[in-house]
Write a protein of this length. Structure first.
Length: 116
C-alpha cells in the first residue's frame, strides 16, 4: 500500500468518516470504523476490548462485512487518536483488496489516506 500526501475524498468516502466517527462517539470506544463493500453496503464497528477478544475497529468492521458475505471492500475509514495505522489494520484491508483506507482524527479530519 502506498500513502498519499494529500487526502482528496469524494462524498461517499466522507460518509464513511461520518459513520466511523458516530460509531466511536456512540460507543465511547477508542476507535470507530466504517467500510463499504463491492455492492455499496456499509458496515460500522468500534474497538472491541474484552478480556477474551481484542479487535481494532477496522478489524471488527471487516469481520462484519465478511460475515455478511462481502468479498471485497471499495473503501474504509478509521477514526482514531493514533497517528500511525496498525499493521493488523492495513493487513485486514489488504486481505479484502481495499483500494482506499482513510485515517481520520477524532474530529473527523482526514490525516492519512493509504491506497493500494
Amino acid at each position: 500500500m502506498s500513502e498519499l500526501a494529500a487526502v482528496d475524498l469524494g462524498p461517499e468516502d466522507d460518509k464513511l468518516i461520518t459513520l466511523a466517527r458516530a460509531t466511536r462517539a456512540r460507543t465511547g470506544a477508542a476507535e470507530g470504523a466504517a467500510v463499504r463493500d463491492e455492492t455499496g453496503r456499509t458496515y460500522t464497528a468500534a474497538t472491541v476490548d474484552l478480556p477474551s477478544l481484542r479487535l481494532s475497529a477496522l478489524q471488527a468492521a471487516v469481520a462484519a462485512a465478511v460475515s455478511s458475505g462481502a468479498e471485497s471492500l471499495e473503501a474504509a475509514a478509521v477514526v482514531t487518536p493514533s497517528t500511525t495505522p496498525a499493521e493488523a489494520d492495513t493487513a485486514a484491508a489488504a486481505d479484502m483488496k481495499t483500494p482506499l483506507v482513510v485515517f481520520a482524527d477524532v474530529d473527523g479530519t482526514p490525516v492519512r489516506a493509504v491506497r493500494s
